[in-house]
Design a protein around this ligand. Sequence first.
Ligand code: PCD
Ligand SMILES: [Cu+]
Length: 806
Amino acid sequence: MNEMSPTRSEREAKLEGMGCSRRRTEDARFIQGKGNYVDDLKLPGMLFGDFVRSPYAHARIKKIDVSKAAALPGVKAVLTANELKPVKLDWMPTLAGDVQAVLAGDKVLFQNQEVAFVIAEDRYIAADAVELVEVEYEDLPVLVDPFKAMDPKAPVLREDIKDKTEGAHGKRKHWNHIFTWEIGDKAGTDTALNSAEVKVKELISYQRVHPSPLETCACVASMDKVRGELTVWGTFQAPHVVRTVAALLSGITEQKIHVIAPDIGGGFGNKVGVYPGYVCAIVGSIVLGQPIKWVEDRMENLSATAFARDYHMTTELAATKDGRITGLKVHVLADHGAFDACADPSKWPAGFFNIVTGSYDIPVAHVAVDGVYTNKAPGGVAYRCSFRVTEAAYCIERAIDVLAKKLKMDPAELRLKNLIRAEQFPYKSALGWEYDSGNYHAALRKAMETVGYQKLREEQRQKREAFKRGETRELMGIGVSFFTEIVGAGPTKNCDILGIGMFDSCEIRVHPTGAVIARLGTKSQGQGHETTYGQIIATELGIPADSITVEEGNTDTAPYGLGTYGSRSTPVSGAATAMAARKIKAKAQKIAAHLLEVSENDLEWDIDGFRVKGLPERTKSMKEIAWAAYNNVPPGLEHGLEAVNYYDPPNMTYPFGAYICVCDVDADTGFTKIRRFYALDDCGTRINPMIIEGQVHGGLTEAFGIAMGQEIRYDETGNVMTASFMDYFMPTAVETPVWETDFTVTPSPHHPIGAKGVGESPNVGGVPAFSNAVNDAFAHLDIGHIQMPHDGWRTWMAAKQAGLHK
Ligand code: PCD
Ligand SMILES: [Cu+]
């Protein structure tokens, strides 16, 4: 080698592969305002759709008069359920096996439900026309409290299914009951509870919240009547699924439907489902033969498209006197709103809630979930938490603290005592999951050491003394949370959406010059996929990430995939990417052997090409091999260098983390100041440390929002009280604490590159850390569990209940 040739580490650095904090390639357009979002799309002759929505939460529709609206100049059509009926689109199937009214026909079931769709030349005319539609309602008794849903006298909400005793997930017990989902050993758990030395029982509620991404939901539907083809641009986290649903509903053959998800301004689960706006825009375009745009406003987004949580978890833990947990029992009352439109894999009506044994070695457990209808918006999405995982983590992490208080044990100590030990992995949980890998004790100990846990406890003790002496009005709280996430849905043997297995895909083409285009079935909404998938390919193929273009979201070009949510992109498509790259590499090895005139087995991989074993100067770089793939392949081998992989993961991945939050509560105002927040995450092999840090910052900020103030609240007549950012807490840079991040690395043994997901972890682990901190501030006082969100008012009430106000 001459002295000018790059060293091995220079060659490696040039790739910007896995482990590199490579700058996000997509940001070049985002920070210049050159992103291309749905609302940027302008087509010739494009019309605008807008909804007439119900002011009532529960009412019979007596009459709809659209004549004045239709007569307004510029209005092209007004759709009601009557117009949708002949094409059988007044109702649509939901992801959860229920049906949902596209436009309300006989009655409305939640405030702001879609009643009519006005199509006009511009959005101002459409908005004016909405005001001119006259709807006569007769109000009905409203059901808001899920605990009253199954009362014998509760109003019948879903008249369309009131006599059905079977739902999509088994027997129904009541006209407002959706399903019961049960798992675990009931008798064994009851025995553990009955014979326990110590028991705790608490109703732990996780309030209804909303993902509220910066960009609301939107679409443009364009029917080309001549070619018989439909194109739909939309804010879709799962574009292929949208195309399949559109084909099934419209009868247009699937290849004639083009679904395109352009840049998306945040999804957070809100953009997984199918909404009436999409259906109405598509129908309108088919009828009028013109493109139709529909864009939600903020109030519509907060009050009508998918909410998250609304889980009410009655939780019991059994333990020995010295703090060994011997059993866990949870009953969940799940408020699903007016239609069961939960976004979960088909066979999992309560998502992966059975991860509720958390990070602990609990010998026996039982979970039962009852889903009920209420007069609230439908939905139930994984707002940054896989499927019901954040609810499960909140449930067990709060319960552990409740138990610690009863045992008078330190909550971190109690966790260390019960965490699954490193040598127990792969670990089979009492509720059926096989955790792939973990080193929990190392993570929690590192967290405790880094924050100086013992010192903080000592400071807290002193501060409590000082409070008693009247020297301070602040209560200090320390919140510990240790979470295990379950992400990467999922093995097709038990995970599907509408019958389509939850594999995912990647197609890679290496061009003659060694440049690459890769296409995937997932869809970034801000996560940085264009950057990170390129890094996986760079390392696998020895091609600089800068020569790799990553494309997602166009169903015409991307291989079929189930989309991005549940932190599944890395566990599933990330694996598909590595596997597709390895197919290419195997072919490249044959070509290299041909070029070097040696046997394939005489070659070994070296950063960016193959070299002959024992003769390191005889090499062929991937760039040279790529060129040869198009003009000099060994006899019998096809030309070209490309591969596709559809990856069916053998198991989920189980990222985990240890979070510690320190707060100071002002007893007189109820205001809680987050003094410190430390987050240690383990997501296995790290692809891009900077992006991971960004993901953790974002997820913690959302967790902060949820724990400290967010709630979609209804009054007793079903009015949404929090349908704008005036009322729904949206943390800005002003309120958001400073985050300290850290990590350990425990690779997933079954994933080709050992990576686990991370995007959701900070929300899953963050919420209980905040909530435990606020509760911990009052732990020395005799008040029970304080419900979220911990806004000033609730916290002030807690202080009052504790007798701290004079
Ligand atoms: N180990 C590892 C892992 C991971 N990573 C990175 O990180 C990220 C993420 O990832 P993941 O975890 O796999 O995830 P994904 O699938 O991609 O995504 C999803 C998520 O993501 C998160 N994040 C975010 N970000 C943003 N910006 N935006 C948004 O929207 C969002 N969302 C959220 C959510 S909610 Mo769901 O939907 O609820 O279910 S789910 C979710 C990407 O980029 C990747 O590559 C790395 O690096 N490494
Ligand atoms: Cu969830």
